[in-house]
Each structure stands twice: as C-alpha cells, then as structure tokens.
Ligand binder design. Structure first.
Ligand code: GLV
Ligand code: MN
Ligand code: MN
Length: 407
C-alpha cells in the first residue's frame, strides 16, 4: 500500500474518542463542543503535517499543501467531522482522516504535486441540528446563501452564527465559489451493496437528489374523556395516517426510491389530552428529478387527503434539498484506475446518501470512493467497518488524489 495503515488507524481511533458514546458511536452535532474538539484535533494534525490552515466564514476548514504551481486550482479531498445524534464513528471522519493520511504519505515520500492539495473538513454536512444538510459546501458552491445559513436555528432556538462564533470557528476567508481542480471523497457506503456482493471498493459516479420537508398538522386540543369520537380533530391521527400513506409512495415510483419520516413532535403530548399540534419531517431521495417532483405531489396529496378527513389545518414547509448530480467521468476514471493498480475489486454505483461531493461537483471534477460497512448500517452507533476495507479505501483515495493533483 502507498499509505501507512497503522498511522491512519491510530488517527481514526483518536478522533473516535471525541464525543464517544457508550454504544460505540460518536455524538458530534455541528457546532457543539465535541465538534470544536474534533476540529481542534484535526487542526493540530494539519499543523504537524506542515499544512497551511484556512478557515472560512462558514467554518469550513481547508488545510493546504503547496504544489509546484500554486495558482492552479487545488486538488481537494475531504468530508466532515460532525455527526448525526449518536451516529457512527466512520461517517465523515473516514474521508477527512484518509485525506490527511494521503498528505502525510506525500510528505514521507517527498512527493511534489503540480496542483496544491487541500484537505477539507466541511461544516454541517449532516444537518439535523441546523437544516439543511451539506450546508458548508452548499454555501461554498453558491447554492445556499450565507445569510440564510447564519440564521438557521436549532430546536432550542440557538442561531448557527452564534454557535459558530461560540466555538471559535467563524473564519475570515470568504465562503464563495472558487475553482476546484478536483475533489475526491472517501466514505463508507452506508448501504448493503458492496458488503452483500463482496466487492472491495465502490466507484461513485453520482449522487441522488434529496428533498426535506416539514409538515405541520393542527387540530383542536380537548379532553380525552368527554369529547365524543365524531367531534374530534385529532392532529396525531391525521399525521399517523399521512405517515402511513407516505410509506407506500416509494413502491409506486421506483425500486430505488426512498422516503423517511425521521423527526416527529406532538403537543401537548399528554395521556388524557387530544393532540392539537403535530410536526414531522419528510426526507425523500432518488436519482430522477421527475420522480422527485412526482413524489412531492403524492406526498402533498396524501397530506391534504388525510387532513381533510380529520378536519385539520396543514402547513408544508421546504427545509432544503439538492438535485441529483452525475459526477465527472475523468475523476471516476482516476478512482477506477487507482483500484486497478492495487488489484482491488470495484463496481460503479450512485450514492443515495447526501455528501459534500454533491456541491463540490458544481465547482470542479468530482468523484467519490465507497468502502463496505458491516451489514450496510450507518447513522447508528452500530455502524462499523473492517479495518482492511478502510485501508484499501484510504489507499485508493491517496492514489486518486495523486493522479488528480498532477492532472
Ligand atoms: C447525510 O448523511 C444524509 O444523507 O442525510
Ligand atoms: Mn457522511
Ligand atoms: Mn451522515
């Protein structure tokens, strides 16, 4: 292997101790104290590798290694160090620390590259605390306005900008589009394809579009005893029926279509009170923009239909999303040829998970590298992977990065 697997694993294990949970995962919500600690650890490592660290107005971190032609757009590689609540320890950190290992390898071997190389830690890839997801890269690509990102609020009412300042990561560099020579991102697959087929590496050629909605249904609060059934306007009943209807929509559209209700709140949430106010999220994804439009129509129809039966008022709010994107053929070819050099089995695939590569692709040739994860499980403390798979992924990233940095 080109890389040093032991050093890579040590860094991964040290990072996994930041915000570690009892269940073996990590809890590093964006802009939390644990996110700050993870950033500080990464910043120290970047410094140790002789990299110049730049932090932009969104808190995105760029650790740069000079190239022979420093005006050339950089060859970038990275991912994110934040996590979903009680998430896995590989989701995100694998891509950042593999990029670090790739750069440490270039240093060890005294390899110079034509383009400068930049390792990126994107801010708020995950999004559950401050929707939408992929926020740092979205602002960087000009797809999300900086002002709207700054004003995003978490469930407690804390503003993104205040939390960014609190942890000391509001940088001076402008977070605006600039040319990207290339962008590669290594990530665990987070699904079952590679592990079930026994394939070592996924060459990711595109990324699903995704839409996030927030649905509010309002009825009438009343007493659970004296209120006859026919007089009720029960927001929870309407929401439950709507959610059950949403569950059936993907099956009508395409075998790879997915839709999820992952967030739910109910008021007043008391055993003897008819609920009058329910809010839930909807996340739906596919590679075909027409099917995404069709799904949205079906979700809205289902919400109206079920609300009407229970005489509820509804509001459907857009929380963000991104369109399906095909990656650059040359960048994918560099990944494929890195697999072939090393004799790793590989297959092409699309990603159904969101990644910052989605927005990087707007600025320069981009591809992703997937490696298998145990049982295809992610966004869970049980997320796990075989270290040999992690080393192979890191090795492919290093080789691919070197190709792109000299292109
Ligand atoms: C991020 O991991 C997403 O796909 O929602
Ligand atoms: Mn991720
Ligand atoms: Mn994730």
């Amino acid at each position: 292997m080109l890389i040093n697997p032991d050093r890579f694993r040590q860094s991964m294990e040290e990072m996994a101790r930041v915000g570690a949970t009892k269940g073996g995962g990590v809890n590093r919500l964006t802009l939390s104290d644990a996110d700050k600690q993870a950033r500080d650890l990464f910043a120290g490592w970047a410094d140790g590798a002789g990299l110049e660290l730049r932090i932009d107005e969104m808190g995105n971190m760029f650790a740069r290694r000079a190239g022979r032609e420093n005006d050339a757009p950089p060859a970038m590689a990275g991912s994110h160090l934040d996590s979903v609540p009680n998430g896995g320890r590989f989701d995100g950190s694998l891509g950042v620390l593999a990029a670090l290992e790739a750069v440490r390898t270039l240093n060890d071997k005294n390899i110079s590259t034509r383009r400068p190389v930049e390792i990126v830690n994107w801010t708020n890839e995950e999004g559950p605390r401050f929707p939408p997801s992929m926020m740092g890269s979205g602002v960087f690509a000009g797809a999300i306005p900086l002002e709207s990102a700054y004003e995003a609020k978490d469930a407690e009412g804390a503003r993104f900008i205040d939390e960014l300042e609190r942890i000391g990561y509001r940088g001076d560099a402008p977070c605006t589009p600039r040319p990207v020579g290339s962008y590669l991102e290594l990530h665990i697959e987070q699904g079952p394809a590679l592990v079930s087929e026994g394939v070592q590496v996924g060459v990711v050629e595109g990324i699903f579009g995704l839409t996030w909605l927030r649905v509010t249904m309002k009825g009438e609060r009343d007493h659970a005893g004296p209120t006859p059934m026919h007089m009720r306007r029960d927001a929870l009943v309407g929401a439950a029926r709507t959610i059950a209807a949403i569950r059936e929509i993907p099956g009508k559209l395409h075998p790879e279509f997915v839709a999820t209700v992952g967030e739910f709140s109910l008021s007043p949430n008391a055993i003897n009170v008819i609920p009058d106010d329910v809010t839930f999220s909807v996340d739906f994804r596919h590679s075909d923009p027409d099917l995404l439009r069709e799904a949205r129509k079906l979700i809205e129809e289902a919400t109206h239909r079920e609300a009407e039966k229970e005489n509820l008022e509804i509001e459907i709010q857009d929380v963000g999303g991104s369109t399906p994107t095909a990656f650059d053929a040359n960048a994918a070819r560099a990944v494929r040829s890195a697999c072939e050099e090393s004799g790793y089995s590989h297959r092409s695939m699309w990603s159904a998970a969101g990644h910052d590569a989605r927005y990087a692709a707007d600025l320069g040739p981009t591809a992703m590298i997937f490696v298998p994860c145990v049982a295809g499980k992610s966004h869970s403390e049980e997320e796990d992977m075989d270290w040999e798979d992690a080393y192979r992924g890191c090795d492919v990233l290093a080789r691919g990065l070197l190709k792109m940095a000299d292109s």
